[in-house]
Design a protein around this ligand. Structure first.
Ligand code: PA5
Length: 442
């Protein structure tokens, strides 16, 4: 496919790993077939597979209309959610925004995120920020029962109703949740909020192209049509690079590279890596198996993690998100005295230096025994982000099946919740509470 993201695996696969990759091609094709035929584990969660091409004009214009409502009345819109109900929107909005949008005036509302932690000071500071300002809320929870967004929503709903009145709140609170189940669905019906449905067959971490991601992204003023169009391109024509990535990472894993670091040289991609970590971490970390997904922002982290990557234990491989063009050009000026010794790059633009840092780092890391996969992206815009999202999702499904796990469940995330509920004396957790108290006394 021309004009799209690409995968370069030749620098990651040499000698033994190349042979391993060759041998894994049959398993990757089998995993792809399992995914596409819906015959594998977790097959009731494959709604994301043909999601991009199934999004129609009616859905897009409804989301744009809701976004226009919030944009017309609110100075701030608080998107409340955690995990898959948070990271996709945060990642896309941060990737497309002015880095200093928070400090600049803008035409539309500023989108804030709450419910992705239980930080008391975080919530206090946000309440302090929106006090006296008109704000709206998008509350997102598939289960409708998650504690972190539940607490945040209770706080901001109460505040909004007291501050602006029930009618304003009802107009400017939108719930995104399951069609039938969960406390949020009941509450939204009771209060008469506008709602969007998270399809039953789309899990949280695969939901960014549903209203979970599209609504906050539209509220932030970005083009959800171009985002979806990019994903459709990848859905239709992306299989070759999807397979290349799934094969390469499994070949590296089988050759002892247990940690994948997603590296970028573009500060706006920081949260794309956070979204990617959830996608791969929750999908693959099962049965005491799985590539550990980590991330770094270069060149920043070359001055903190660079030593470890270059010279620590050789269990790493690196996937570099390599962006072609920046949106703006900044030329390094010449200086007559050259006291800082930088005249050798005078007249060059900053991104030229960054590109040389990227190439130099890749070569150094390869020399140090860190294989490099590269994902190239012509530039950061809605279309290429849409491609990237779908690319990672499909590769994740195939890669998970190659690993022999169910990529679409997450049983392990319940364990901390059980303990927390027991410690908080939530009704129904009495037995576990007693067991924990006995354990803590030892
Ligand atoms: O990917 C997942 O399923 C999870 O990370 C969920 O998205 C996260 O736990 C939030 O769940 P919910 O949307 O039900 O509040």
């Amino acid at each position: 496919m021309n004009n799209s993201i690409q995968v370069i695996s030749k620098y990651a696969l040499d000698g033994k790993t190349a042979e391993r990759a060759q041998a894994l091609r049959a398993s990757a094709l089998a995993a792809k077939l399992t995914l596409e035929s819906g015959s594998g584990k977790g097959n009731d969660f494959l709604g994301w597979l043909h999601l991009p091409s199934s999004i129609d004009e009616q859905q897009l214009s409804a989301i744009e209309k809701s976004a226009a409502q919030l944009r017309s009345e609110c100075e701030y819109v608080i998107s409340i959610g955690i995990g898959g109900s948070y990271l996709g929107a945060k990642a896309v909005i941060e990737a497309l925004s002015d880095h200093f949008a928070a400090y600049k005036s803008s035409n539309g509302p500023k989108v804030l995120f709450a419910g992705s932690n239980i930080g008391e000071d975080y919530l206090y500071d946000m309440m302090d920020l929106v006090r006296g300002h008109k704000f709206g809320i998008i509350v997102i929870s598939k289960s409708g029962t998650t504690t972190e967004p539940g607490i945040a929503f209770r706080l901001f709903k109460d505040m909004l109703e007291k501050q602006e009145g029930k009618e304003f709140a009802q107009r400017n609170i939108i719930a995104v949740t399951d069609a039938r189940r969960g406390a949020l669905r009941g509450l939204a019906t009771q209060e008469g909020y506008a709602t969007y449905v998270i399809p039953d067959n789309v899990g949280g971490r695969f939901s960014v192209l549903t209203p979970v991601g599209l609504l906050p992204i539209a509220v932030a003023g970005f083009d959800i049509r171009a985002l979806v169009a990019g994903a459709v391109e990848m859905e239709k024509d992306g299989d070759d690079i999807v397979l290349d990535y799934a094969i390469a990472r499994n070949a590296l894993y089988q050759n002892g590279k247990k940690i994948e670091i997603l590296a970028n040289f573009t500060p706006r991609l920081h949260f794309i890596a956070e979204w990617w970590k959830q996608l791969y971490g929750e999908s693959e970390g099962k049965g005491h198996k799985g590539i550990f997904p980590a991330s770094v922002d270069f060149t920043t982290d070359l001055h903190s993690m660079g030593q470890m990557i270059q010279d620590g234990e050789r269990t790493l491989f690196e996937t570099v998100l390599s962006v072609g063009d920046q949106d703006h050009e900044v030329i390094i000026p010449g200086d007559e005295k050259d006291l800082d010794g930088l005249n050798y790059i005078a007249g060059k633009n900053v991104d030229y230096v960054n590109k040389m840092a990227e190439l130099g780092t890749r070569l150094a890391h390869m020399d140090g025994g860190v294989p490099n996969l590269i994902i190239t992206m012509p530039k950061v815009n809605e279309r290429y982000l849409g491609q990237l999202i779908y690319f990672f999702e499909k590769a994740c499904g195939i890669s998970g099946y190659m690993l022999g796990v169910n990529p679409f469940d997450q049983p392990g995330v319940e364990d901390y919740k059980r303990n927390m509920f027991a410690l908080l004396n939530k009704p129904g957790y009495e037995e576990q509470s007693a067991a924990i108290q006995a354990r803590l006394k030892k």
